[in-house]
Design a protein around this ligand. Structure first.
Ligand SMILES: [Zn+2]
Length: 618
């Protein structure tokens, strides 16, 4: 069942604000979990490109598409930050929340289970955790349904056809258990069972386990009479079902999936990913097939890097999901017209996400599953090994369509179509290679094609896939921010800090400084990720960027005194500016004379007069 424990935060409570959630877990428990978890280990599971660069780790951001790594992790601070399009950062909990769309309690629970720490969840009634509790209830319900369907497949008389269907397809009991294949009975099904046990109908509807008939107004299980394949998220939690009919009659859809729910979205998950993910990570390659039976058949035959779509066209979200594990995707589709079109479209989306794509052609009319059944695993392996580069596939398609490129007009028309595809490819080397291929195959001049390619590409050469303005970012300007960076990276200089937050003109700098200052005075140490979590949501990205930039200070003491001088000078000038207006008002008789202010004004003028202005804080 993965690392996710089932008895999660059904009871969570509110006392302290954290990540915008109120919760009853003590701060020390959160700290304990955070310091026990190796953030590098966790992030690396989802960012295979993560590599050490100095004291930080860098990789391709899992939250946006990019080719130049701008995602950094600092294990000492326990923080990550994307300097690219996201401009966001945080601790390990924030990472999981964003990646898996988890609530804070869920992320905390997951990490606690990982490092074997028990969390005491308190009772609560506040609404921020309501969603978490709802999700947890739905997950439990889906889990119960899966177990119910599995038992029904084994034991019910009416499941006879289902059992025969599966044995005809030579699905072994071990595979049925692994993928938790089941049968949805027509009589006394899960709906009755759950209602009888007191589960509210709203919950059953919310999970898609029941639907209401518009004609009769009665509730029923939409997958009734079907063999069901549970759809799992990457942690192995069941979030929905795919059901195959056993009734080959006219007008009956072969497959039906659960409706979209708060847990399940057909465009954001992939069938079999939970079982495939370790293989994907090892082999850096995924095989994408069309059917659930194909996934099960392949896994059974030892090809465990295989996943399937959930009955819809391939999406960008699914491409990003795969990109977390692999660099290359092999598309294994039917060689019929619909299959070719689907694989072409999927290939485009994968290429845009900067994944390499190859196309494997099955013998006509064969599913991967059927091929294994009839000719053995070796036959499918041979098909996968002969998978061709997607551009070769496209060129062959184009050649077939235009009768081997007769006539210049036809060649140009085909070339334009291929250049359109090329423009979407972020990888420069790949674009270059493909351009050569197109040129030689179509017999058109390469440099002319190159010009043509540039012509329509916005901005000249490459499409703006990564809008991230700066790969590792220019240094944040400003003495105030620099001072904060210095104080975070050189805690040893804190004893020499003799100023207050009011030297900062920028309000968020002042807030951040106050947090660090109170940490230091309480514990003589800094906990930057704590301070980060206490900042307002809007300022967290700014702050994690600030501390993750890791500016190098050759002489921290010297820098501290210089920055302090600058900030104090600026503070004095700000004060002088204010006093000037006050004095003017006094002179003009608009306000009563204030001797103290006059004296301060005279003194400040003396100090600052003739003194060159130190460049401002921003
Ligand atoms: Zn990013």
């Amino acid at each position: 069942m993965g690392t996710f424990s089932r008895n999660v935060p059904s009871r969570v409570s509110g006392r302290r604000r954290y990540h915008g959630f109120f919760m009853g877990v003590s701060k020390s428990a959160v700290d304990r979990v955070r310091s026990a978890v190796d953030i590098i280990d966790v992030v690396r599971e989802h960012v295979p490109t993560l590599k050490r660069v100095g004291s930080r780790w860098r990789g391709l951001c899992p939250f946006h598409n990019e080719r130049t790594p701008s995602f950094y992790v600092n294990p000492d601070l326990g923080l990550w930050h994307c300097f690219g399009a996201c401009q966001e950062g945080g601790d390990v909990f924030k990472f999981l929340m964003k990646l898996e769309n988890l609530s804070f309690p869920e992320a905390l629970q997951q990490m606690a289970a990982r490092v074997g720490i028990q969390i005491d969840w308190e009772k609560t009634h506040d609404h921020t955790t309501q969603e978490t509790r709802d999700k947890e209830r739905y997950l439990n319900l889906l889990e119960q349904a899966a177990a119910f369907y599995q038992t029904a497949l084994q034991e019910r008389l009416e499941a006879d056809t289902a059992r025969r269907f599966l044995s005809d397809r030579r699905i072994k009991p071990a595979s049925m258990a692994k993928f938790r294949v089941g049968y949805v009975p027509r009589q006394s099904g899960f709906l009755d069972h759950a209602l009888h046990k007191g589960v509210p109908i709203e919950d059953i509807l919310k999970t898609g386990l029941a639907a209401r008939s518009e004609k009769t107004g009665r509730y029923h299980d939409p997958l009734m009479g079907r063999v069901v394949f549970p759809i799992q998220d990457i942690y192995g939690r069941i979030i929905g079902f795919g059901g195959r009919t056993l009734d080959e009659g006219e007008g009956i859809p072969k497959y039906i999936n659960s409706p979209e729910t708060v847990l399940y979205s057909k465009s954001r998950h992939l069938f079999g990913l939970f079982h495939a993910k370790n293989t994907l990570r090892d082999q850096h390659q995924a095989v994408l097939v069309e059917g659930y039976m194909d996934v099960i058949g392949c896994h059974q035959a030892g090809l465990t890097g295989v996943v399937a779509l959930l009955g819809t066209a391939f999406t960008k979200d699914q491409a990003l999901l795969l990109k977390r594990f692999v660099q290359e995707v092999v598309l294994l589709f039917d060689p019929d017209e619909a299959g070719v079109r689907a694989s072409s479209r999927s290939a485009e989306i994968l290429l845009q996400s900067d994944l390499f794509v190859r196309i494997a052609r099955l013998p006509a009319g064969k599913d991967p599953d059927e091929l294994i059944l009839e000719q053995g695993t070796g036959a499918l392996q041979a098909v996968l090994q002969s998978a061709e580069d997607v551009m070769d596939f496209w060129l062959a398609q184009a050649a077939a369509q235009s009768g081997r490129f007769q006539g210049l007009h036809e060649k140009i028309r085909q070339a334009e179509g291929l250049l359109d595809l090329l423009r979407e490819v972020p990888n420069e080397i790949l674009r270059h290679e493909w351009l050569r291929k197109i040129s030689s195959k179509l017999g058109l001049d390469e440099s002319a094609l190159k010009k043509e390619l540039r012509k329509k590409t916005p901005g000249g050469t490459r499409p703006p896939v990564d809008k991230g303005s700066h790969a590792s970012g220019p240094a944040i300007p400003g003495a105030e921010e620099e001072l904060l960076q210095l104080l975070c990276s050189h805690p040893e200089i804190w004893p020499e800090v003799h100023f207050d937050a009011d030297v900062f003109q920028d309000e968020r700098c002042a807030v951040f400084f106050r947090k660090l200052q109170s940490q230091w005075s309480a514990t003589q140490s800094l906990h930057v990720s704590d301070a980060l979590n206490e900042m307002s949501e809007a300022d967290r990205g700014w702050m994690s960027r600030l501390v993750m930039e890791e500016k190098q200070f050759e002489n921290p003491q010297e820098t501290l005194s210089q920055l302090m001088k600058r900030l104090l000078d600026w503070k004095a000038r700000r004060r002088l500016g204010y006093l000037e207006k006050e004095v003017l008002a006094m002179v003009e008789g608009r306000v009563p004379r204030d001797e103290a202010k006059l004296a301060e004004y005279t003194q400040l003028t003396k100090i600052l007069k003739g003194k060159p202005e130190i460049s401002g804080p921003h």
